[in-house]
Ligand binder design. Structure first.
Ligand code: NAP
Ligand code: FE
Length: 366
């Protein structure tokens, strides 16, 4: 068996794990930079816990709380300049995927000069500021991935900095921070996590360990489908979701994602569809596309959800996603053309042609 499995991020999970593991922060230096979104970290208790832990350890800090959803290249360069000016030793990313992804770009650019033209080249030196991440949504798994996904206006899509250099040192995972996530974001992020695990199994780099993790994540998320549909999510389910999200992150760090993510980026870039929702709108039709050539694989995935057909799966997604956006044939052709250039297209066990992407888009928005 040939296999590669790299997971260098230390995982610390559980209630109050940030304050209970305060000494972790002082391992990485005397001055930290917190990278957060504008509001949520201040409201869900995560920033307060981090500051408590830093004070306990006499670690100084500065706060950069400007990260918007789908972070831009500019904000990452601005954050890196702020990190250099303040001579920080390490980065603490707190939030959903947007602040965590931005924090990775900041940590990289604060430690080495990279021009905008080379930002997505994948060729970097080995220097980066150490990162500790605290996720507050249950979807991206960015706390354990080697990806920083940024809005790339030049390519009119979202593009990833992908390198083992940007794996965070530590992920501190406490589901209590996700209690305040509203139902729509809880659904969308859960679908993102599901999509990572399902797509991971559909990638040609899937291996026995990544599949094991993916299946457990899919099972855990499927156990929450009813509560997500009913809009009443217990703390126990929130724990399952954040755990599954981290597993999904570990999976895609091994496998990458597929056409679903590549196509979803256009929906986010042009139509402002939330990232997880975009994946959810497309995944059912992609499963059906793969099923034609790889029926056993698709059924293995469905079994983890106790489902026997892709149409059952699509019914669940339809209930979770509600009314779909309108999309024109012209838009579909433009998005398919952009998606074909993405690095994740050839990743899949069944590689789609541009015509296939057009067909998947059309069926997804019928
Ligand atoms: P997000 O864009 O990070 O956050 C969405 C919204 O949720 C923001 O308004 C945020 O507020 C709010 N929020 C965050 N935590 C909250 C909490 N605990 N309570 C209440 N509100 C909260 O959303 P996301 O879905 O987690 O991340 C999406 C991004 O991750 C996309 O850019 C996507 O491309 C990327 N992504 C990355 C990877 C990877 O491997 N790196 C994988 C998949 C997706 P604030 O702005 O105030 O914080
Ligand atoms: Fe994603």
């Amino acid at each position: 068996m040939n296999m590669n499995f790299l997971m260098p991020t230390e995982l610390i999970m559980g209630k109050d794990c940030v304050v209970n593991n305060a000494s972790v922060f002082s391992r990485y230096g005397k001055k930290a930079m917190l990278v957060t979104g504008c509001n949520s970290a201040k409201q869900n208790g995560s920033q307060e816990d981090v500051l408590k832990a830093l004070n306990l350890q006499n670690v100084d800090y500065v706060i950069f709380d400007k990260i918007m959803a789908n972070p831009t290249i500019d904000i990452v360069y601005e954050g890196a300049a702020f990190a250099r000016e303040n001579k920080v030793d390490f980065i603490i990313g707190i939030g959903g995927g947007s602040p965590m992804d931005a924090a990775k770009g900041i940590a990289l650019l604060a430690a080495q000069e990279i021009s905008q033209e080379n930002l997505f080249s994948g060729i970097y030196e080995n220097s980066v500021l150490p990162m500790i991440f605290i996720p507050t949504t249950s979807g991206t798994g960015s706390e354990v991935t080697k990806y920083s996904i940024l809005t790339n206006d030049a390519a009119q899509t979202k593009t990833s900095i992908a390198s083992p250099v940007i794996f965070p040192k530590v992920a501190m995972i406490d589901a209590k921070y996700t209690e305040s996530v509203n139902l729509t974001t809880t659904i969308n992020t859960a679908i993102d996590a599901l999509s990572h695990s399902v797509e991971g199994m559909l990638c040609n780099k899937a291996n026995p360990i990544s599949n094991l993790l993916a299946k457990d994540a899919i099972r855990k998320i499927a156990e929450c489908f009813t509560q997500l549909q009913e809009g009443s999510i217990t703390s126990e389910s929130r724990e399952k979701l954040i755990y599954a999200s981290a597993l999904g992150g570990i999976v895609i760090s091994q496998t990458g994602t597929t056409a679903v993510h590549a196509m979803g980026y256009s929906l986010t870039y042009f139509k402002h569809v939330d990232h997880g929702r975009a994946n959810g709108l497309l995944l059912g039709e992609f499963l059906e596309f793969v099923e034609i050539k790889k029926p056993e694989l698709v059924h293995e995935i469905l079994e983890c959800m106790n489902l026997s057909s892709v149409s059952e799966y699509k019914n669940i997604m339809a209930k979770l996603l509600g009314k779909k956006e309108l999309i024109t044939q012209e838009e579909i052709e433009q998005y398919a053309n952009i998606a074909m250039k993405a690095k994740n297209i050839p990743n899949s066990v069944v590689v789609p042609e541009q015509e296939d992407l057009i067909h998947i888009f059309q069926k997804s928005f019928q």
